[in-house]
Design a protein. Structure first.
Length: 215
């Protein structure tokens, strides 16, 4: 677990999933990494128009006033789960979520510039996503909270990474829960195993952040 700001309030860290909670949640296959896997700044991104490009980079490059993060990996390293809990200045979390909603609503795809490479990122239509993001949003986006979940495929076909992210905002605080794996056969046994791990983290992390009883 790490913080991006030494002034992070201890109560933010108390909202993160801990390694000790994994066995009871059926996540014995996962262990906590020594340091979070996604502390790096995102690369430059380009959307269809200059206006959307500005929104895209602002949304993914947004910096919270305070943030704590942790990451978990399963035994064969086929999935990494990144979790962050952040607190922004009044009004900033709502503005950030509005930017993210606009990105997913208006950008079906975009490119990332990494060195000399241009990597295409495509947003999966929620209706075609087996993780059923709209149902997850309904589950956690109530009682004063709002939720947004989408899956993205990054890279060339056959070598694509699958990145599924759930964002939950309550007031000026937000949860980011991201699942990273290779986009393999959606009907294969590996996909079913990763889907089970995803579902179990979705039962655990948002409920802890929102103060709800676990499912």
């Amino acid at each position: 677990m790490s913080t991006r700001d030494d002034a992070s309030q201890p109560d933010l860290a108390q909202l993160l999933v801990t390694a000790a909670e994994l066995p009871a949640a059926g996540l014995d296959d996962f262990t906590e990494l020594a340091s979070p896997s996604s502390d790096e700044d995102p690369p430059p991104m380009t959307a269809q128009t200059p206006e959307l490009t500005a929104v895209l980079n602002r949304a993914f490059g947004d910096k919270a006033a305070r943030e704590v993060r942790t990451s978990f990996m399963n035994a064969d390293s086929s999935m990494v789960v990144d979790e962050g809990v952040s607190e922004r200045v009044p009004g900033a979390a709502a503005a950030w979520m509005a930017d993210m909603r606009r990105v997913y609503a208006e950008c079906a795809s975009w490119t990332m510039s990494i060195g000399d490479d241009e990597i295409t990122v495509r947003v999966v239509d929620p209706a075609d996503d087996p993780s059923e993001p709209l149902k997850v949003e309904q589950r956690f986006g109530n009682g004063g909270a709002e939720a947004l979940m989408r899956t993205m495929l990054a890279g060339a076909p056959g070598q694509q990474a699958r990145i599924t992210t759930l964002l939950v905002r309550q007031g000026d605080r937000a949860l980011e829960l991201t699942f990273r794996s290779l986009a393999g056969d959606p009907d294969g046994p590996e996909a079913a195993r990763l889907a089970d791990g995803t579902a179990r983290f979705l039962d655990l992390a948002p409920a802890k952040f929102l103060g709800l009883p676990p499912r």
